[in-house]
Design a protein around this ligand. Structure first.
Ligand SMILES: *[C@@H]1O[C@H](CO)[C@@H](O)[C@H](O)[C@H]1NC(C)=O
Ligand SMILES: *[C@@H]1O[C@H](CO)[C@@H](O)[C@H](O)[C@H]1NC(C)=O
Ligand SMILES: *[C@@H]1O[C@H](CO)[C@@H](O)[C@H](O)[C@H]1NC(C)=O
Ligand SMILES: *[C@@H]1O[C@H](CO)[C@@H](O)[C@H](O)[C@H]1NC(C)=O
Ligand SMILES: *[C@@H]1O[C@H](CO)[C@@H](O)[C@H](O)[C@H]1NC(C)=O
Ligand SMILES: *[C@@H]1O[C@H](CO)[C@@H](O)[C@H](O)[C@H]1NC(C)=O
Length: 392
């Protein structure tokens, strides 16, 4: 009997919670704001109006985008909203205007600014960037291009199950945000597409990026100044330029990067695996407390690399050294194949050597042979098996 009644109570309680929570969510379907899923009608204003309605509501709200193709120009979704729980649930595909110049002159395609408690769930964002990439490859006078999805000065953000296809520039940017969770994101762009970083994080705290697949022409994930408490887990990367902290130290006054964990990553045919990179210029920036754990490299050109001598085209830095101080960086359980002989390369600042570098259980091969390592201005230790033989 006790069990029966407790089951009954549990059932009633669950029912109550269900009814209660579902009745407190207001739904806004973009179709009722005039959006058309035909791929040709401009739905920008409809999305702006749906956002205004959700943003002005005092309740939890969902903006629903049904199946179909929605043509959208550059849209800014702005706070301060009354609602602190807005879900944009997308079953359809958002497509950009045919003329790449329309987005190309904007910084962002879809930007969220100063919002709190926004989730984007599902959907495909197709920026159709290939015509702009071709323009850039031809060296013509082309616009810069837009980031596909950007969050600025926002808190409590979730991006879940979103696919981003062929961005003009970066796919996803998290800038000046706190408490961000990115899961099951699928980024796809050509391996030679310029500046199409998968996810870029800067000036942000408590950011998590998990269970995502990134195939693109630039960094899979790039980490800029002012990043603190970043957790990256279960990412497949490639093609692309790997996971990169930097470029840092371009400016004299720069916030540091601290407490970054990258674990369970698989790199396939990428330019870099795990990279830290800074300009060869004076700066008070720093990198402190990084854990690279459990990575598999498959034919990666530079699996483990610290490069503090970045100076593209030898402009504005010849003869200078990086001021960025790199300390407390651990590489643990890193295995697989390098596409070049030097699988581990630490090229640190002559003025501020890298310190507290740890290598533990590393096994990287090149053409079925033990690979090589190269060290400049680096201080650290090895633990367990480390192949290639460490130069620390
Ligand atoms: C992408 O752009 C090209 C022209 O650059 C156009 O032919 C094609 O239809 C566009 N695709 C979509 C899905 O809009
Ligand atoms: C990711 O997107 C690409 C391109 O749309 C698609 O081919 C692939 O199946 C997607 N992968 C996943 C895991 O959804
Ligand atoms: C990530 O994927 C793994 C395996 O598919 C799963 O066990 C785990 O719960 C997922 N994590 C998140 C946060 O979705
Ligand atoms: C480092 O960041 C993780 C989240 O990525 C957090 O759980 C942990 O508390 C942080 N550690 C410190 C010392 O702040
Ligand atoms: C490393 O990650 C793989 C998945 O990518 C997992 O199966 C394995 O258990 C992990 N190993 C360790 C030592 O954490
Ligand atoms: C290192 O990796 C190679 C290739 O995967 C493998 O054959 C070799 O046994 C590994 N060495 C150790 C000591 O684990």
């Amino acid at each position: 009997m006790v069990t029966f009644f407790s089951l009954l109570y549990t059932f009633l309680f669950v029912l109550f919670v269900y009814l209660h929570s579902s009745s407190a969510t207001t739904n806004y379907n973009v179709l009722s704001f005039g959006a058309k899923g035909d791929g040709v009608t401009d739905s920008t204003q409809a999305f702006i109006n749906a956002w205004a309605a959700a943003c002005g509501s005092t309740e939890s709200t969902t903006i629903y985008v049904p199946k179909g193709m929605y043509l959208l120009g550059s849209v800014a979704f702005k706070g301060d909203c009354k609602s602190s729980d807005i879900t944009i649930l997308i079953d359809g595909t958002l497509v950009s205007p045919l003329d790449y110049g329309v987005l190309g002159e904007a910084d962002n395609w879809l930007s969220f600014e100063g919002v709190n408690g926004v989730s984007i769930v599902g959907g495909t964002l197709d920026a159709n960037g290939s015509a702009l990439w071709s323009c850039k490859a031809a060296g013509s006078n082309c616009p810069n291009g837009a980031t596909t999805l950007s969050f600025t000065n926002s808190n409590n953000i979730r991006i879940n199950g979103v696919s981003s296809l062929n961005s003009q520039m970066f796919h996803i940017v998290i800038n000046g945000c706190q408490d961000v969770c990115i899961k099951k994101v699928n980024v796809t762009a050509a391996s030679d597409s310029p500046n199409t970083d998968g996810i870029h994080v800067q000036f942000s705290q408590n950011v998590m990026i998990m269970n995502s697949s990134i195939k693109t022409g630039d960094d899979c994930i790039s980490i800029g100044p002012g990043t603190k408490n970043l957790w990256i887990e279960s990412i497949t990367c490639g093609p692309g330029h790997g996971i990169s902290i930097g470029s840092l130290g371009k400016e004299m006054d720069e916030q540091g990067v601290q407490n970054v964990t990258v674990q369970k990553t698989i790199f396939t045919g990428t330019q870099n695996g795990l990279r830290i990179k800074s300009w060869a210029r004076p700066s008070n920036g720093f990198v402190q407390g990084v854990r690279f754990i459990n990575a598999t490299m498959q034919n990666v050109q530079y699996p483990i690399v610290i490069d503090q001598n970045y100076c593209p085209h030898n402009l504005n830095c010849p003869g200078q050294v990086s001021g960025v101080k790199i300390s407390d960086v651990m590489y643990q359980d890193i295995r697989g194949t390098s596409a070049t002989a030097v699988a581990i390369k630490f090229d640190c600042s002559t003025k501020y050597p890298c310190t507290g570098i740890r290598l533990q259980n590393v096994n990287l091969t090149y053409l079925n042979q033990v690979a090589e390592s190269s060290c400049n201005n680096v201080i650290g230790k090895t633990f367990g098996l480390v192949k290639p033989n460490s130069c620390l």
